[in-house]
Design a binder for this molecule. Structure first.
Ligand code: XIL
Length: 338
């Protein structure tokens, strides 16, 4: 049976998923699942700063190249994630950026220039700045003050660090698609509403200042029992697109809430229902590209990452395929939505 890649493509959509290069090389079922399901790849960590430039000036593209070498002969493009992000940001860079604005700008410029110069013929689409907006009061991780997240580059350069990153990227290659990637703007909660407002105001300011931004990436790390409104999210996507930008969904997965049913089919059903509503809303708003953050539950960060894993021994089941690569209700909901 056709995979999500073919099903999506037949309807004019693109479906892809975050991939771990090591697993592509070592787990044949994992590689086969990506071959079947994913038309577009994004490295789950292989293009982050700490991997590409672990020490100043010492760039290492080996892990990223391994993914590109797998995808290219199979006709599966890879998008880049992420040039400027406060996480996976090595201590040397944090310290250098803290030395002052001139040094901070030089460190950013050197990273953006070298990464894009090296990859520009193979990676055409980049998350230039990731998670720049601060979480609002009421969320799990509220920030004390400011609409922008407190990061090393914000401290050194002020809010213009975001514009600077995009301008540096555009300078390196005017034909790349430059994306501002953000999370926490999907659900129908007061703190997501506030974060939508902050993101929209950031984007509008960038457009007004003629910053070279092409698209907004919506991560979509959702929680199945949180309030979600189709018209609200559709309207938000429409407001972003009204600024002349594309909107893509970059990291979809659906974690469980605090009170979930015991049995697996019921949990899978709730995940599928949320996936269906979210895709309906995004598609109505004009999203054409969707990526999930992984494909199989077994290797999902929702399972492997202590900060987001369940603490009661149960495992999140937030991706289209279960631990044994079987298609779940979420897979079928996505296949129907395209
Ligand atoms: C996550 C990876 O999945 C984990 O394996 C890693 O330990 C931490 O980063 N938003 C992002 C991604 O933009 O880069 C994050 O990926 C998940 C949240």
């Amino acid at each position: 049976e056709a995979g999500l890649h073919a099903i999506a493509r037949a309807k004019g959509f693109t479906f892809g998923a975050a991939v771990q290069g090591g697993l592509l090389a070592t787990d044949p079922s994992y590689a086969a699942a990506f071959e079947r399901e994913a038309g577009l790849l994004v490295p789950e960590f292989e293009a982050k700063w700490s991997v590409l430039q672990p020490r100043e000036g010492a760039f290492d593209f080996a892990l990223l190249d391994a993914i590109l070498d797998w995808g290219t002969p199979r006709g599966r493009p890879t998008r880049g994630h992420a040039l400027v992000w406060h996480e996976a940001f090595p201590a040397w860079a944090r310290e250098a950026v803290a030395e002052g604005p001139a040094r901070a700008r030089a460190v950013m410029a050197a990273h953006v220039a070298r990464v894009l110069a090296t990859t520009r013929l193979r990676i055409r689409d980049w998350d230039v700045v990731n998670e720049a907006v601060a979480d609002a009061p009421g969320s799990d991780t509220p920030q004390a003050e400011g609409e922008l997240r407190d990061t090393p580059f914000l401290r050194a350069l002020g809010p213009s660090y975001i514009d600077t990153a995009f301008r540096l990227a555009r300078e390196q290659d005017p034909t790349l698609r430059l994306v501002l990637n953000e999370y926490g703007v999907e659900e129908d909660t007061p703190w997501a509403e506030e974060k939508r407002r902050r993101l929209l105001s950031l984007v509008r300011g960038m457009v007004r200042r003629r910053v070279p931004i092409d698209a907004v990436g919506i991560q979509a790390h959702l929680q199945m029992l949180r309030p979600f409104s189709v018209p609200v999210f559709t309207g938000f996507v429409g407001a972003l697109r009204a600024e002349g930008l594309s909107v893509i969904v970059t990291e979809l997965d659906i974690r469980e809430g605090p009170a979930v049913p015991e049995d697996e089919p019921a949990r899978d059903q709730l995940v599928a229902e949320r996936a269906a509503a979210f895709l309906e809303a995004a598609i109505a708003g004009g999203v054409r590209t969707f990526l999930t953050w992984g494909l199989v539950d077994r290797y999902s960060w929702l399972v492997t990452e202590p900060a987001v894993a369940r603490r009661d021994g149960k495992r999140h089941r937030g991706l289209p395929l279960d631990g044994d690569y079987n298609r779940k209700a979420m897979w079928r909901a996505m296949a129907r939505a395209f």
